[in-house]
Structures are given as C-alpha cells and as structure tokens.
Ligand binder design. Sequence first.
Ligand code: PEP
Length: 256
Amino acid sequence: MRKKIVAGNWKMNTTIAEGKLLLDSVISQMPALASNHQVIFCVPFTQLFVANEIVNQSSKHNIFLGAQNCHDKAAGAFTGEISIPMLTEVGVHSVIIGHSERRQYFGESNTFLKAKVDALIAANKQILFCCGEPLQVREANTQNEYVTAQLKESLFHLSPETFMQHIVIAYEPIWAIGTGVTASTEQAQEMHASIRHLLAETYSAEMANEITILYGGSCNGSNAKELFSCADVDGGLIGGAALKAELFLPIIQALA
Ligand code: PEP
C-alpha cells in the first residue's frame, strides 16, 4: 500500500527551546497513525540531537526525524556543510533534497542533486525529493516539461526497486510556496497524475502506483483535506503551517 506522509519543513526557524515545545506539543496531541502513514519533522540542524530524543521517547509510531539538506561527500573541506554520517549519528531518517529555496538561493543543479540522491541511498535514507515550477513556467503552460526534466536528471538513473524503496516526490509549485496562494485541487491532481504517468512510462505502472507524491505550497488546515483527497496526492510537505501545533495538527488529521 502507498505510504501517506505529512512532513513539516521548519526551514531556518525556531530556537532549540522553541522547537522542543513545538515538537512536544504536536506529538502529545497527534492521533495514532495508520501503519502506512508517516509524520516527519524536518527541523534545523542544531535541533536534531534533542528532537531525536523526543521522537525516540514517544510511544507513538511512524514519527520520523528529517533534515533539510546534506552534502554528498562523507567528510572533507566543505565549510558550513553537513554530511550524511553526521545526520545518521543524530537519528535522521529522511532528508529533503532539491527544495526550491536550495535550488534558487544556493544554485543547486539537477546534477548536484543527483549526487546527493546517490549518497543518501547508499546511507539507506528516505529522500523527500522536491520539484516544481516557477510562475513564468506555469504561465507559459510548460510546467510538465519543467518538472519532467527535474525528475529525469536527478532520479531516473535509479532502478525501480531503489526508487520505490527510497524516493518520495514532493511537488511544490514555487509560486505557491510561502505565498498563501495554494494550487487548486485540479492543478495539484493534474501535475501529480502527470508525474505518475511519467513514472509508469519510464518504469512500470506497478512501480508508479507505489510512489508517494506529496503536495507542497501554502497547504493548511483548511485546504489539506481536499488536497489529500485527490487520487494522486499522498500527503503534504508543509512549511509555514508546520511552525504552530494548532496549525500542523489539522493537517496531520487530514491524512486519515
Ligand atoms: C515549503 O517550503 O516546502 C512549503 C511548502 O512552504 P509553505 O507551506 O510555507 O508554502
């Protein structure tokens, strides 16, 4: 059965004290998750150690710790970067790769992301691989081609087995991230179906049916249920609304 996921991307927000309160509050109030459901907290690097203790101490199942980035090399002279072994040491299960903010502000290319994907697979991590088009591309109605190139250049060298085991796709139209403008359910479903069709063509229909495809971009407690009810939307990657328990909890509940 396809996994359904709600992942919170805290970005560069919250101190250790604030993060601890937020995590305690969400975990203590969230419902028990179905066996194919996951909730992932992608917290800032400085909080991973403490967050790992909180997640481990919880009696709730299927809650995981995520990081927001990593380097593809295991160690070396890469000032300011973080390696996968360092993330493993603090209990990281999933890593966001290719977020539009990394692509846009830090120049991360599809080829660079491919190297990170391979390194994460070698370390047995789950990868939340982000793709999505900017506004000009949507206005030119070439979003399918744009997203296809992102997926092809970073992921399509993988075998179907490896893809199924490690990759979760997060479709995040850039014009919807942090803007309060959400893709309509039709726009989200159309792109998710197109991604699944591409996977079916590239690999197989069986494989495509197993891949979790999340929506991201101004998802909140009011629109999550409708978005998640689309046939090809398997949950969400959540930014702003992951920073307050009262905003994040209804999104988790929308998974059910
Ligand atoms: C994100 O940055 O991944 C995101 C979806 O942000 P927001 O929910 O704030 O639009």
